[in-house]
Design a protein around this ligand. Structure first.
Ligand SMILES: [Mg+2]
Length: 258
């Protein structure tokens, strides 16, 4: 296939912990040399787009912040479009609150007044947060999760992600979220289409996670490539019903499928 746009996951695909993956910087340059638009798409909702782009530039990648899509930007865009006047009660970190504020949304500390609860990774998540979420959702308040990632890979071990907190809230309320943003949700595909200016069927997606990167690509009709540098090992791949079109040892091999 000759793709018209490329979607790149970040953690486990371009970066592992705090180091670029060998060959990843050159791989991005290869894509650019072919004249293809690139979208860097991360389910990390913590950093603002600007802070996240700066982090990648520090690692040696060349990109503009407009090429970056995060679960935070997807959540903010969705809420600004569909629930612009809602008062949001946020269980999440400051970087997420900043992104929602920048999108013109209004945040409240009063769980009883909230029109929507936004649940996300929060490294200071507590019993009180769970209690306030239970109370906020008691009267049919909208329940939105930023991204489904249950865990996040770090240098040595995985740590709990947004999915863990969303599931805790779903557990105590007995209620599933009304929507979860980020990959593999349709809201992520829409953001990608806008950024790349290409139809999903003409895009190649490269990522390390079957249930987010590859599942999103499969559902949207993209060509999919799994890299072995992240969370998916051969056993997980063999056991999965999600079947990538290509499996690469790392993104360094991307030239072979462009
Ligand atoms: Mg990843």
């Amino acid at each position: 296939m000759a793709p018209e746009g490329v979607v790149l996951d970040v953690d486990g695909t371009l970066i592992r912990g705090s180091e670029p993956i060998a060959g990843a910087i050159g791989a991005v340059e290869t894509i650019r040399e072919r004249g293809l638009p690139v979208a860097f798409v991360s389910n990390n909702p913590i950093r603002t787009r600007k802070a996240y782009a700066e982090r990648l530039v520090r690692h040696g990648f060349s990109l503009a912040s407009e090429e970056l899509i995060t679960a935070g930007t997807i959540t903010a865009e969705y809420l600004a479009r569909e629930h612009a006047t809602d008062e949001l009660y946020v269980i999440g970190e400051e970087g997420l609150e900043a992104q929602l504020g920048e999108a013109g949304l209004s945040l409240t500390d009063e769980y009883d007044r909230a029109d929507a609860l936004v649940a996300s990774i929060d490294r200071e998540f507590s019993y009180d947060d769970l209690k306030h979420a239970l109370w906020a959702l008691a009267d049919g308040t909208l329940f939105i999760g930023t991204d489904p990632d249950r865990t996040i890979p770090t240098e040595d071990r995985e740590v709990p992600g947004s999915g863990a907190i969303i599931n805790a809230i779903a557990g105590v309320t007995g209620r599933e979220p009304d929507a979860i943003m980020g990959k593999p949700a349709p809201s992520a595909v829409e953001a990608i289409e806008r950024t790349l200016g290409a139809a999903p069927k003409d895009c190649l997606v490269v990522g390390d996670r079957l249930d987010t990167d590859i599942a999103m690509g499969e559902r949207a009709g993209m060509t999919t490539a799994l890299v072995r540098t992240g969370v998916t090992d051969d056993r997980a791949l063999a056991d999965s019903e999600i079947d990538p079109d290509y499996v690469l040892d790392s993104i360094a091999e991307i030239g072979s499928i462009l």
